[in-house]
Design a protein around this ligand. Structure first.
Ligand code: LUZ
Ligand code: MOS
Length: 753
């Protein structure tokens, strides 16, 4: 039987997620007792009432952790279960096991946390005033901004706010754990990073990593939310299994997941931009106050991406940017598609908008004038190669007929009294590679079985992005074997060790390269055998579509026959491949280097109307020109761009993540937190790809696609802002994501936001 594509199983509803898997015999269900205030000192955790509910109930607290009660790896500030203090509203404080989920949840509610309330800080600027930082600040400097501002025709300062964002993956976080023969711990986790989960479990149970196996089959979405933070839930399930000696399943319900887990970091930022009379940007400064939440988690890597994307797609000669990781009593903010870059893009685009307002030079003119060009150096000293900023931008201006569109819009606004139209463009230049340099590595294990079928294991987690399809494509093209003979297996720590999370848009780049390297090794061995069989030198042997070619001529020898012969000749039909992105370096002291393998370019234009009476938005159209290099799968890439756009538009205009000043989550259900649906999306989406281009760091010159297009959503913000300006030219501009209808109403009323 042929291998059935993941996507086909998906649409048939045949893919299994953890909660669909049969449970091992005697499996207990777990629930967590979450804190119900944002900061406090634990005096006692009372379990009597919970235990009295049912004989199957067990309550586990931090004191029961047999190993090190600590799962924070960038900084040890994350106890698995806190023993002294809780630091945000919704933090897991105790783990409860019972015979079924209802009982476990009911018992969890009966666990009493006796404690003393402590002061709560939710505002990153307040944390900064108190010098309460997760780690020291980070500054990148280039040229001399102070001197440059003196020579600018325009110098504008401003403030920019951007809110958090809830991942709303369809599958909430969860894990199933079991202690097997000889005390080996086996965990199936809904994680982007099984190796990190393995390490956290080993550390908290006090085991060597070779006693812990973690498997990730597929995820029902992740978007960064399961990069670091899946470790908590998997470690808790493992702890429950270890202590109860029974299999344990822990699955958060939506409400718990929205309370307990991290989201996109809110930022509050200040900028200062200076330009010459003609709109050439001469200097840029920014201070980013990242609301890091209660623990370190991935905040430094995210801040790194912010300070490395500070100037967006623009060359600016004098730059000084500083990022602060501000500790607050909110859930630890974490990876979310874009990873600190969208926040930076919004600041630079806001600064350009402010410059345009002050100078009267149209935004698009400023944008175009300052785009990166071939050979430019960034403010952190990376020389830009194969730059496509102008190519994408100019094509977009052409295809949208931008100048006549502007005239049409102003004509429309002249005639229409209550409905006003606006448009905006954003250019994108997004660096690909993990900002934490050692993470840029991947491994793969490829087996060819004697019937010629191929099995591939890598660190790439399938989470709906069809990375397994892309890797299968790479393997198929490399081995010259049809796609249906390739199967990509789930990721487990048994087959590939020390994997990095599937993140930073690098899943198919890194794992695809590792798989390709393994295939090339196998092919080299096979070419030797084929040469022998065909009486030719291995150099003239070629593999294509399941047949072996000699000097470009098809022979009688098929892949299948060759595999049988190779196996008889005792040739190894398996190989491990390893890839580390070449040429990356970064000097953290000097803040200079080449942190990215390459950049992805693109530009998007959004046209939108605002009904000023009803307060509703209508996103009329989006046009995108995007650089995907040589696509490994064009429909997958198109889907990624549309999905990223939806999340970018949601973040910019709709998704309103709120906490009370006491740290209480106010938007922790899907009835109080609105995500974009199909009716919110632009009615027409025109996506065009730039021609293929050389890209040596990836398989077959492909380009990462997951995150760069999220930035396009920011154009939605400025399109709506421009429509509002048409309605009320005296409105006071603000830069505050999301631009909700409430804020729009304030603008129309002339209020300060
Ligand atoms: N995760 C990470 C990421 O650990 N490092 C990164 O640079 C990154 N970038 C984007 C998304 N996830
Ligand atoms: Mo990351 S935001 O998990 O790619």
């Amino acid at each position: 039987m042929k291998n059935i594509a993941e996507s086909a199983l998906n649409v048939r509803g045949q893919t299994q997620y953890i909660d669909d898997l049969p449970e091992p015999a005697g499996c207990l269900q777990a629930a967590v007792r979450l804190s119900d205030s944002a900061h406090g000192r634990i005096i006692a955790i009372k379990t009597d009432k919970a235990l009295a509910l049912d004989p199957s109930v067990q309550v586990i607290t931090g004191k029961d952790v047999p190993g090190v009660n600590q799962i924070g790896f960038n900084k040890p500030d994350e106890p698995l279960l806190p023993e002294h203090e809780w630091e945000y509203w919704g933090q897991p404080v105790a783990l409860v096991l019972a015979k079924n989920r209802e009982t476990a949840r009911a018992a969890a509610k009966l666990v009493e946390i006796e404690g003393e309330e402590l002061p709560v800080v939710t505002d990153p600027r307040e944390a900064a005033r108190n010098s309460d930082f997760i780690l020291p600040s980070r500054t990148i400097q280039c040229g001399d901004t102070e001197e440059a501002f003196k020579h600018c025709a325009y110098v504008i300062e401003g403030r920019v706010e951007s809110g958090g964002q809830e991942h709303v993956y369809l599958e909430t976080q969860g894990a199933m754990a079991e202690v097997r023969e000889g005390g080996k711990v086996f965990v199936i986790s809904s994680t982007q990073g099984p190796s990190g989960v393995q390490r956290a479990i080993a550390q908290s149970l006090g085991l060597p990593m070779n006693m812990v196996e973690v498997e990730a089959r597929r995820l029902g979405g992740a978007f960064g939310g399961k990069e670091d933070q899946a470790a908590t839930w998997a470690s808790l399930a493992a702890l429950g299994a270890w202590i109860s000696k029974k299999p344990v399943k822990l699955y958060l319900n939506r409400h718990e997941d929205m309370r307990a887990t991290g989201k996109r970091h809110p930022y509050s930022s200040d900028f200062k931009i200076g330009a010459a009379q003609d709109g050439t940007i001469l200097a840029f400064e920014a201070d980013y106050y990242q609301n890091s939440g209660s623990t370190c988690d991935l905040s430094p890597a995210i801040l790194a991406r912010t300070v490395l994307h500070a100037t967006g797609a623009y060359k600016i000669p004098n730059v000084r940017v500083t990022g602060y990781m501000c500790k607050t009593n909110l859930p630890s903010f974490t990876a979310f598609r874009g990873f600190g870059a969208p926040q930076a893009f919004f600041v630079i685009e806001s600064a350009i908008d402010a410059l345009s307002q002050a100078s009267g030079i149209p935004v698009v003119e400023i944008q175009k004038k300052n785009l990166y060009r071939e050979g430019d150096s960034t403010y952190f000293g990376m020389e830009m190669e194969r730059v496509r900023a102008h190519e994408a931008f100019d094509r977009l201006l052409e295809k949208t007929q931008w100048h006549s569109l502007q005239a049409e819009i102003s004509d429309f606004n002249h005639k229409s009294r209550t409905v006003k139209k606006g448009a905006a463009i954003i250019p994108v230049c997004f660096g690909i590679s993990f900002t934490k340099l050692p993470m840029n590595q991947a491994g793969a294990l490829v087996h060819v079985y004697v019937d010629g079928s191929v099995l591939v294991s890598t660190g790439a987690i399938e989470m709906g992005q069809q990375v397994s399809r892309k890797i299968a494509t790479v393997v198929s093209e490399t081995l010259g074997v049809p796609l249906e003979n390739i199967r990509v297996e789930r990721t487990t720590t048994l087959t590939v060790a020390n994997t990095v999370p599937t993140a930073a848009s690098t899943g198919s780049d890194l794992n695809g390269m590792a798989a390709r390297i393994a295939c090339l090794e196998i092919k080299k061995r096979l070419a030797g055998k084929a040469g022998e069989l065909l009486g030719a030198s291995p150099e003239v042997v070629r593999f294509e579509n399941g047949m072996i070619f000699k000097n470009d001529e098809k022979t009688e020898l098929s892949w299948k026959d060759l595999i049988v012969k190779a196996n008889e000749a005792r040739i190894d039909l398996s190989a491990h491949g390893f890839y580390a992105t070449p040429d990356l370096f970064y000097d953290m002291k000097a803040e200079r280097g080449k942190p990215f393998a390459y950049h992805v370019y693109g530009a998007a234009a959004v046209v939108a109307t605002v009904d000023t009476m009803r307060g509703t938005y209508d996103l009329e159209s989006v046009s995108i020109v995007h650089d995907i290099g040589h696509s490994l799968d064009i429909s997958v890439d198109r889907g990624q761009i549309e999905g990223a756009l939806a999340q970018g538009l949601g973040w910019s205009l709709l998704e309103d993540l709120r906490f009370g000043t006491d740290g209480k989550p106010m938007s922790d259900t899907l009835s109080t937190y609105k995500v974009p649906d199909i009716s919110f999306m632009p009615r027409t989406m025109d996506i065009e790809f730039l021609p293929e281009i050389e890209n040596p760091a990836t398989p077959f010159n492909s380009k990462a696609v997951g995150e760069p297009p999220l930035q396009y959503g920011i154009a939605g913000y400025f399109a709506i802002l421009n429509a509002l300006r048409a309605a009320n030219p005296a409105g006071k501009t603000f830069y505050s994501i999301p631009l909700t209808p409430e804020k729009a109403a304030g603008f129309l009323d002339g209020a300060e936001v």
